[in-house]
Ligand binder design. Structure first.
Ligand code: C2O
Ligand code: CU
Length: 506
């Protein structure tokens, strides 16, 4: 199953002399890939409203969608076109609006020249629909693959995914998950929102309608002709992994896109807005803040996280968001003067990556929304006696130049953990470097995160970001389905370098 690039001898031979002259760092850091196209002027274009997918059919319990995944073009930079890969030919992909208790059936037709896999991130999905990395949808004309996985469910041309939506309302997203090539495929455009709602949540007096906006934030770089720039190892997407060795620590772009537009602007009323923020970047972390800072210093009221509404609102000075995480926040623009502009900035970024978007506060208005003191029911995270513990160590191997979990690269044929259905376990995660760790199928509570839970750790999570050298404990409830799933680092370059492991719910 090892690609030639992963051949230990080859790496050994390559790494030793280069390391000696200092070309290969002991642990590859995230690395900026600068654009060759001139960067657009920030706040020059309005924020686009994402297009909402229309079901082709709806019956008593299911909404049926049919997407063609194809190459197409987008207008992202002024005067240039960007070839993309898109669900229904658009980037971001169409937003799927789903209801708890009503299932979604999603047929994907693959018209790309490469295999695809679709994963509903945050979904409690049966294993055969979860988008296991080797469960490929091959192009209709076939494709040479070398994944050795006897359990792989490979289809040709198309496949139907079924999402039961038997879980809490939350902001989910879907994206490509092809073994070894997720990073380059998502970078080309294969990601979209999946908003799961329930009737209860709709009755809360939170901002809604035009004042509830999903924001997909991701960084990209551009070639001089407007194409997405990515350090591809193989332009045909055959030789794994996605990226060249120099970028195995993670690719950073210098253009920040929100819903596919560079540094957009949005006119807002002097009222409360609810933003469902997703970091869909491959490797970039953001610390989002408002500039100017409103009086009192707390521009955001966090109301939700990966797994839906929190028990109670949490005022935040800034929002630290790692790849794949979601934050549901309310911003009250009545704290700012009419006619003023408020920038959403990224304190974790420098230069062009320090800006995200701008809000222009245009008019006074009536606002009947408010944030209730109690948002949802979340049981206290029980303490862990009598629970099974498991340890997962995320580290870089200087020997093989791979990202490893418990000393091993991902192998679909090896089972790494077998938790029991309807049991809870405590998973202890240790990290050598920054790794946003994601588990499929489950949601978890954070018991300890570099000591105790941090200010961003409330509620149900499916992704936890570890700082270099940090340890965490999470309480995981295995509910829903038996079968094989993955956990992995959601720095997509690390993921493609096999920082992934299997668990089977038994
Ligand atoms: Cu967002 Cu395994 O994925
Ligand atoms: Cu990682």
């Amino acid at each position: 199953m090892k690609g030639s690039r992963r051949d230990l001898l080859k790496y050994g031979a390559l790494a030793a002399p280069l390391a000696a002259v200092g070309c290969i760092p002991s642990r590859p850091e995230v690395r900026l890939l600068p654009s060759l196209a001139p960067l657009p002027i920030p706040f020059g274009a309005p924020l686009r409203r994402l297009s909402v997918a229309r079901p082709i059919h709806a019956d008593a319990g299911t909404d049926i969608y049919d997407f063609t995944v194809r190459a197409s073009e987008a207008r992202i930079l002024p005067g240039l076109t960007t070839p993309i890969w898109g669900y229904d030919g658009i980037f971001p992909g169409p937003t799927i609006e789903a209801r708890c208790g009503r299932s979604v059936s999603l047929r994907l037709r693959n018209q790309l020249p490469v295999p695809i896999v679709n994963h509903l991130h945050g979904g409690r999905t049966p294993p055969e629909h979860d988008g296991y990395p080797t469960d490929l949808i091959l192009p209709a004309g076939g494709f040479p693959t070398h994944d050795h996985d006897s359990q792989a469910r490979v289809s040709t041309g198309e496949r139907e995914y079924s999402y039961p939506n038997d879980q809490r309302a939350a902001t989910l997203w879907y994206h490509d998950h092809r073994m070894d090539f997720t990073a380059a495929s998502v970078w080309r455009g294969l990601a979209g929102f999946y908003i799961l709602r329930d009737a209860d949540r709709d009755r809360l007096p939170l901002p809604q309608g035009d004042r509830e906006i999903a924001l997909m934030i991701c960084d990209r770089s551009f070639e001089a002709d407007g194409a997405f720039r990515y350090p591809l190892r193989d332009p045909l997407f055959r030789e794994p992994p996605s990226m060249t060795d120099a970028y195995m620590g993670g690719v950073l772009g210098d253009v920040i896109l929100v819903n596919g537009t560079p540094w957009p602007r949005l006119e807002v009323d002097a009222a409360r807005y609810r933003f469902r923020i997703l970091n869909a970047s491959n490797a970039r972390r953001y610390e989002l803040a408002l500039d100017p800072v409103p009086r009192g210093g707390f521009p955001f009221v966090q109301i939700g996280s990966d797994g839906g509404l929190l028990a109670a609102p949490v005022p935040q000075r800034s929002i630290r968001i790692a790849p794949a995480e979601r934050f549901d926040v309310v911003v009250d623009f009545s704290q700012f003067k009419i006619g003023s502009s408020v920038r959403l900035v990224n304190r974790a970024g420098s230069g062009s990556a320090g800006q995200v978007m701008r809000f222009d506060v245009t008019r006074n208005t009536r606002d009947d929304s408010f944030i209730p003191a109690r948002l949802s029911d979340i049981p206290d995270a029980a303490d862990g006696h009598n629970l099974q513990f498991r340890d997962f160590d995320f580290s870089f191997s200087r020997l093989t130049h791979e990202w490893l979990i418990n000393g091993k690269p991902f192998d679909p044929m090896r089972m790494d953990a077998r938790p029991k259905l309807n049991s809870s376990e405590i998973w202890r995660i240790q990290s050598d470097f920054s790794h946003p760790v994601h588990l499929h199928l489950v949601h978890f509570r954070i018991l300890n995160h570099g000591g105790r839970p941090g200010v961003f750790d409330s509620g149900w999570k499916d992704t936890i970001d570890l700082a270099p050298g940090e340890g965490a404990s999470i309480l995981v409830r295995f509910e829903g389905y038996r079968g094989r799933y993955v956990l992995h680092c959601h720095n997509l370059e690390h993921e493609d370098m096999r920082m992934m492991a299997n668990f089977e719910v038994v």
